[in-house]
Write a protein that binds this ligand. Structure first.
Ligand SMILES: Cc1cc2nc3c(=O)[nH]c(=O)nc-3n(C[C@H](O)[C@H](O)[C@H](O)COP(=O)(O)OP(=O)(O)OC[C@H]3O[C@@H](n4cnc5c(N)ncnc54)[C@H](O)[C@@H]3O)c2cc1C
Length: 376
């Protein structure tokens, strides 16, 4: 697809978000702690979901560049809580890349038209960084499996109607005992959504607990064609997940910088705009350097991902460096706002709160360092 067509796609995504997610509507989601389901349907109808799913499976037929356009626009336009990056880039590819033909036919169309909202349930109360130690089990039972366990911190947890669940099919084995299952909450018994967690930030995201109490799924819901592939499937998809988190941070850095420059131009202290102090200029220069370096590195990773050349180490470097730089940048930008920076009416306050988790989810900074160190 030519650049011109990509630009037109970006324009139409931007217009859709401006029209359908104005600040008043997003404020409502923030107050309710979740995005309206109806908005997911609207986004699906407008072509924002499943953008890189082949048309034969009901998707947009694009590639990773289209996913990047949507993920970037959602952050730039401040559509908080709408986890399009998670749905399009993190979860749908599990089915696209690892599902059988039947699984793709069954799930990809409804993930692309907004009928289904996706979630991925890896983390548990006792296992986050160390995924091999998950305790959720899936035990073979006739022509199906019985899933038992508890998950926590699951994004889209209240809305999701397709959940990719990490479970042990062989608890005696480590990585080789892990499999992924697709659970459709509407189709099973024993599934329960727990609390929508009260978080420091991401107010419009329904990050939740999920419980699986003898949930029986048909054997066809084992992702792929055999047990024990889960860890391999996760390792295959995690670099892109980390890149999309790094991209989110890069865009958020640019936004925070723009917001802060506008603020310090207006705000006066000691008879002059705050931007006139040399300290403000030095702080902003440092922020700009970080934002530019982040963007260039992320763009390079996107190029690599498009060519199928993004390796786990490079994706970990992107996530580690860009999310850490994001944290430093929003903190400096908040400081330049003075007391107003701490007031939620000012966008920088939310940007600061929302930035914190970027260093934790999708693999913490410490785990990124472990992965990078393996390449030394
Ligand atoms: C808002 C939000 C949304 C999330 N969304 C999802 C989701 O959709 N799906 C999902 O499955 N999970 C999700 N998570 C969970 C997230 O991925 C985990 O919180 C994260 O991986 C860390 O796991 P943990 O919380 O168990 O921390 P722990 O693993 O208990 O880690 C605690 C601390 O120890 C450090 N640490 C751990 N191991 C090592 C080590 N070997 N060396 C050095 N330091 C180490 C960690 O870096 C961390 O600082 C979400 C979390 C949040 C907060």
């Amino acid at each position: 697809m030519a650049d011109e067509e990509l630009r037109m796609f970006a324009d139409s995504v931007g217009r859709f978000l401006e029209r359908n997610a104005p600040p008043e509507r997003v404020a409502k989601w923030r107050a309710e702690g979740m995005v309206e389901r109806e908005f997911w349907r609207e986004a699906g109808q407008a072509g924002l979901l499943g953008v890189s799913v082949p048309t034969e499976f009901g998707g947009g037929g694009g590639d990773f560049r289209h996913d990047v356009v949507v993920a970037e626009a959602v952050i730039r336009k401040g559509v908080e809580g709408f986890a399009a990056g998670l749905h399009n880039v993190i979860i749908t590819p599990y089915i696209q890349a690892h599902g059988t033909e039947g699984q793709k036919r069954k799930w990809l169309p409804s993930l692309s038209n907004g009928e289904r909202v996706a979630a991925i349930a890896m983390s548990e109360p006792g296992a986050g960084s160390d995924l091999q130690s998950v305790r959720t089990t899936a035990v073979r039972d006739g022509n199906g499996y019985r899933i038992n366990g508890a998950k926590t911190f699951i994004s889209n947890g209240q809305l999701a109607d397709l959940i990719v669940v990490v479970a042990k099919t062989d608890p005696k084995e480590g990585a080789r005992g892990v499999s992924l299952f697709v659970v459709e909450p509407g189709e099973v018994e024993g599934f329960r959504r727990g609390r929508k967690l009260d978080k420091v930030g991401l107010d419009a995201q329904d990050t939740s607990e999920l419980f699986f109490d003898d949930v029986r799924v048909p054997a066809e819901n084992l992702l792929g064609d055999r047990e024990g592939q889960g860890f391999y499937q996760l390792m295959h998809e995690l670099p892109r997940e980390r890149l999309i988190i790094a991209l989110g941070s890069a865009v958020a850095m640019e936004k925070a910088l723009e917001e802060t420059i506008a603020y310090v131009r207006e705000r006066k202290a000691f008879g002059q705009p705050v931007i006139e102090f040399q300290n403000s200029q030095f702080v902003l220069a440092d922020c700009k350097a970080k934002a530019v370096v982040a963007r260039v590195f992320v763009n390079d990773c996107i190029e690599k991902a498009l060519k199928g050349e993004l390796d786990a180490t490079t994706a970990s470097i992107a996530k580690l460096w860009v999310t850490e730089a994001h944290g430093e940048l929003v903190d400096a930008c908040l400081q330049l706002h003075g007391g107003y920076g701490y007031i939620n009416d000012y966008p920088i306050a939310r940007m600061w709160r929302d930035a914190r988790v970027q260093r934790i989810y999708g693999g913490s900074s410490e785990i990124m360092k472990l992965l990078i160190a393996r390449s030394l």
